[in-house]
Design a protein around this ligand. Structure first.
Ligand code: HEC
Ligand code: HEC
Length: 347
C-alpha cells in the first residue's frame, strides 16, 4: 500500500470507531425513562416528533441494553485486534503476525519433521527400508513429487520411460545400481545405423531382432540380419542379444520393450538411433531421499528378487511389454515396398 492510501485507511478506520463511541455516548446521555402505559395512553410520553399517517408517532425509547452491550464489545474487539494484528494500513500490528510468515512457519515445521524422519531412516539398510511401511509411505510421496512425471504415478513407465516394477533392468536391478541410476542419472545412447546398413540392411536386422523374441519374419531376412547384428550390434547388445547393463543396452530377446516391439518401431530405432536421459537427482534431493527412493524402487518389484524374499507373487505386467505384439509379423509385401524405397530412383 502506498503511504497515502495507508494514511487514508488509518484515519478513516479510527474516525469510524470514534464515531461509534460518540454515538453510544450520545444515545445514553439522551436516555430517558421508558414511557409507561399510562403516559402512552395520556399522550404525554416523549416522542421523537415524527408523525406518519396522521397519528403514528415514534417514542423516544433508549437502545436495548443487549444491543448496546454488543456494540461496546465490537468496538473494544476492533481496538484490540487492530493494535495486535495488521489491519490499519501499513501498520503490521504489535504481534508481527502475517499470513506469509505463518505459511513459512508451517512449511518450515513440516520440513523439519520430514528431515527428522529422514535422518532416522538414513542409516538403515536398504532392504529393511523397503519393508518398512512408514518409510515407504514417505517414499511414495517423494516418488509422486519427483519421478512420476516421467515414470508414471504407478512407476510402470511409458514409451521411452522404463517400467520400474517389472524386475527387468536397463542398468541393473542390484540396490547399488538402482542407487546409481537415481543419484547420478543415466544416458542411454543407441547410435543411428541407417546410413551404415542401408534400408534393406535395416529391414533385415530388424527382422532378426523380431525373431529373437518369437516374432515372425522372412527367413532370408533373419539370416542376413543375424550377420549384420554380429558385426554392428553385438558389441553393445551382446552376441546373444541379451543386452549389457554397464551401458544400458537392453535385452532384445525378452518381451519388455522401451519403445515398442512392432517392425516399424524397431526399424526406426535402428535407422535413427535413440537418445534417452534419466536426470541425476543426488544434488537435487540429497542422499537420504535418494536412498529412500532406491528402497522404494526395490519394493516395487514384484519378483522381490532385490529383496531376496523369494516371494512368489504373480509378476506385474507392464503396458509397454505388450505393445504391438499383434503387429510382429512382417509381410512379404512390406519387403517389396521397402526395397523400392531403398533403391535410388532413376527417373
Ligand atoms: C525427466 C524424466 C525422468 C525423471 C524425472 C526421472 N526419471 Fe528415471 N529414468 C528416465 C529415463 C528416460 C530412464 C531411462 C534411461 C535410459 O534409457 O537408459 C530412466 C531410468 C531410471 C532407472 C533405471 C531403470 C533401469 O531399467 O535400469 C531408475 C531406477 C529410475 N529411472 C528411477 C527414477 C526415480 C526414482 C526418479 C525420481 C527421483 C526418476 N527416475 C526420475 C527418466 C526420468
Ligand atoms: C553403442 C552401443 C549400441 C549399438 C552399437 C547398438 N545399440 Fe541398440 N541400443 C543401445 C542402447 C544403449 C539402447 C537403449 C537406448 C535408450 O535407452 O533409449 C539401445 C536400444 C535398442 C533398441 C530398442 C529396444 C527397446 O526396448 O525398445 C533396439 C531394437 C536396438 N537397440 C537394436 C539394435 C540393433 C539392431 C543394433 C545393430 C544394428 C544396435 N541396436 C546397435 C546401444 C547400442
Amino acid at each position: 500500500m502506498t503511504g497515502g492510501a495507508s494514511l487514508f485507511v488509518i484515519v478513516f478506520t479510527i474516525l469510524n470507531i470514534t464515531a461509534c463511541l460518540w454515538l453510544i455516548w450520545w444515545t445514553s446521555r439522551h436516555r430517558t425513562a421508558e414511557p409507561d402505559k399510562q403516559q402512552q395512553a395520556a399522550g404525554t410520553a416523549e416522542t421523537m416528533g415524527h408523525v406518519w399517517d396522521g397519528d403514528l408517532e415514534e417514542y423516544n425509547n433508549p437502545l436495548p441494553r443487549w444491543w448496546l452491550g454488543l456494540f461496546i464489545i465490537s468496538v473494544v474487539f476492533a481496538a484490540i485486534y487492530l493494535t495486535l494484528y495488521p489491519g490499519l494500513g501499513n501498520f503490521s500490528g504489535l504481534r508481527g503476525w502475517s499470513q506469509v510468515s505463518q505459511y513459512e512457519q508451517q512449511v518450515a515445521l513440516q520440513r523439519e519433521k520430514l528431515e527428522a524422519r529422514l535422518a532416522a531412516l538414513k542409516d538403515q539398510p536398504l532392504e529393511q527400508l523397503a519393508r518398512d511401511p512408514e518409510a515407504m509411505a514417505t517414499a511414495r510421496n517423494l516418488f509422486a513429487a519427483n519421478c512420476s512425471t516421467c515414470h508414471g504415478s504407478d512407476a510402470r513407465g511409458a514409451r521411452g520411460f522404463p517400467n520400474l516394477t517389472d524386475d527387468d533392468w536397463l542398468w541393473g536391478g542390484e540396490p547399488e545400481r538402482i542407487y546409481e541410476s537415481i543419484a547420478y542419472g543415466r544416458q542411454g545412447v543407441m547410435p543411428a545405423l541407417g546410413s551404415v546398413l542401408g534400408e534393406s540392411g535395416v529391414n533385415e536386422v530388424a527382422s532378426y531382432v523380431l525373431s529373437l523374441s518369437g516374432g515372425k519374419a522372412p527367413e532370408d531376412w533373419v539370416a542376413a540380419g543375424k550377420k549384420h547384428f554380429e558385426t554392428l550390434c553385438a558389441a553393445c547388445h551382446g552376441m546373444d542379444a541379451r543386452g549389457n547393463q554397464t551401458i544400458g543396452a537392453p535385452n532384445l530377446t525378452d518381451d519388455v520393450w522401451l519403445y515398442g516391439r512392432d517392425f516399424d518401431t524397431i526399424r526406426t530405432t535402428v535407422r535413427d538411433g535413440r537418445e534417452n536421459q534419466m536426470p541425476a537427482h543426488l544434488e537435487l534431493l540429497g542422499e537420504a531421499k535418494v536412498k529412500l527412493l532406491t528402497a522404494y524402487v526395490m519394493s516395487l518389484n514384484s519378483g522381490r528378487r532385490a529383496l531376496g524374499s523369494g516371494d512368489s507373487e504373480e509378476p506385474l505386467t507392464s503396458q509397454n511389454e505388450h505393445e504391438g505384439v499383434a503387429e510382429t509379423e512382417v509381410a512379404r509385401s512390406d519387403r517389396q515396398s521397402s526395397d523400392q524405397d531403398s533403391e535410388p530412383s532413376s527417373s
